[in-house]
Design a protein. Structure first.
Length: 317
């Protein structure tokens, strides 16, 4: 009897020690997870504070409306001017053009890979898409300079427009190619996550495979597809190196075959020689406007994506 109680106490102590040990691991892991989350949020907060602290002084000196809606950018000389409206429009037009070209191509490619392509063909296309994601920006820019810009120059000459080839059209094409891998991968994953019961029910009702894809699967995966578009738009807005190499870097009202300077290119192009003072502060202010613009776009798409998720939840109920 005493021997049994001894064993009971012994195993009870071991079980208690193990429970305490495991509880310690759980608490440690939980604290590590919290720390990493706080680091991520803290990094965003520090960047936000830094951008506002660095950009607001120049906007205050220049004037918000003169800075944002001014059309003349002349940071050096006797009559300096710091209007960035043309840079803002170049960034917006370039982003919209890239979305108009890249999103349909990316979505249809994702549909093809997820639902239509034979396995052997998909095994060839998918690595090619992943390779696009791994190509450095400077390589895209170099290709644009040597292949795309001359082609645009030749085309514009044929239609009677005198152009160097560097400009908004080149920026749009380069950006639309660069956002493809992100959109394709995320959209394909979203389409594959749609329950098979949705497809089977649609086919049982007499729908064809193609009509099922567009009427059932794409709407069911819209939240994931929007997430891919958000990531693609973020890259299109923030891209710098490739844009500098094909944009022409002239601050003027953007048209399709004219040279332009988006905000990212404006910062990178002049930061190297901008002297300390209002000129350098104005570049930080451009960064602040770009930061606010990206945040606005991301929040807008996130809101639309959230509406899609809520709509899906209501339909499932």
């Amino acid at each position: 009897m005493g021997y049994g109680w001894t064993l009971f106490l012994f195993f009870s102590l071991i079980a208690s020690a193990c429970a305490l040990f495991l509880s310690g691991i759980e608490n440690t892991a939980e604290n590590i997870f919290k720390l990493t989350a706080f680091i991520s949020v803290g990094a965003v907060g520090l960047i936000t504070v830094y951008m506002f602290v660095s950009g607001i002084p120049a906007i205050a000196k220049i004037g918000f409306f003169d800075f944002v809606f001014g059309t003349r950018w002349a940071p050096v000389g006797t009559e300096v001017s710091f209007g960035i409206l043309n840079m803002i429009l170049a960034s917006i037009f370039g982003c919209i053009g890239a979305i108009m070209i890249g999103v349909p191509i990316g979505l249809l490619t994702a549909v093809f890979l997820a639902e239509i392509a034979p396995k052997r063909l998909a095994s060839i296309i998918r690595p090619a898409v992943e390779l696009l994601a791994g190509i450095p920006s400077v390589i895209y820019g170099f290709w644009g300079m040597k292949v795309l810009v001359p082609s645009i120059r030749e085309f514009s000459t044929k239609i009677g427009y005198n152009s160097t080839g560097s400009g908004l059209a080149a920026v749009i094409i380069i950006l639309s190619i660069m956002i493809l891998p992100t959109i394709i991968r995320v959209a394909e994953t979203a389409l594959r996550s749609v329950p098979e019961s949705y497809t089977e029910a649609a086919l049982a009702l007499g729908n064809t495979k193609i009509s099922t894809i567009f009427s059932v699967q794409i709407p069911a995966a819209r939240s994931g597809i929007l997430a891919g578009i958000i990531l693609g738009v973020g890259r299109a807005i923030g891209e710098t190196m490739a844009v500098i190499m094909v944009a022409g870097n002239i601050v003027q009202f953007p048209s399709l075959f004219s040279s332009v300077r988006p905000m990212t290119a404006g910062i990178a192009f002049e930061m190297g020689y901008a002297e300390a003072g209002l000129h350098r502060q104005a570049l930080f202010a451009i960064g602040l406007i770009l930061f606010i613009f990206i945040m606005f776009v991301n929040l807008s798409f996130s809101y639309l994506s959230g509406k899609g998720v809520r709509a899906d939840a209501r339909q499932k109920k």
